[in-house]
Design a binder for this molecule. Structure first.
Ligand SMILES: [Zn+2]
Ligand SMILES: [Zn+2]
Length: 130
């Protein structure tokens, strides 16, 4: 048994005995232990959820505008103008910012997926111009 599990087990045991001697009721003890278990489980899942989510900030419109202006309104790699998506040069999960326009490029869906494929290790030679 892991020490953490042991500690939880001990905690529940102590709680059980405490409630039993206080109220002289097995039912109360069981309910208290179950309630404590549920609360701990819930807190743990909440904490995990918070830990998993990196704070992902949406790219502000002002940054999008700046990027488009810099690129003359087209995809960074071709002349596409209408289907523009925004891509992080350094991904958010690696510490890249959504607020720094130099970390954002505007690309068409095709080049966007190519950039991601290249980042995953495929040799495609898609290079940033700036
Ligand atoms: Zn393109
Ligand atoms: Zn992207």
């Amino acid at each position: 048994m892991k020490s953490k599990t042991k500690l939880f087990f001990l905690f529940f045991l102590v709680l059980f005995i405490y409630i039993y001697f206080k109220y002289r009721s097995f039912e109360y003890s069981i309910i208290a232990v179950l309630a404590a278990g549920i609360i701990i489980f819930w807190l743990k899942s909440q904490w995990k959820k918070r830990k998993k989510k990196p704070k992902r900030v949406a790219i502000p419109e002002s940054v999008k505008d700046e990027v488009l202006r810099r690129q003359g309104g087209t995809c960074l790699l071709c002349a596409e103008r209408s289907l523009i998506q925004y891509h992080h040069k350094i991904p958010v999960h690696k510490g890249g910012s959504s607020l720094d326009s130099m970390n954002i490029v505007a690309v068409c869906p095709t080049h966007h997926s190519l950039l991601h494929a290249q980042e995953e290790g495929k040799k495609l030679n898609v290079n940033y111009r700036n």
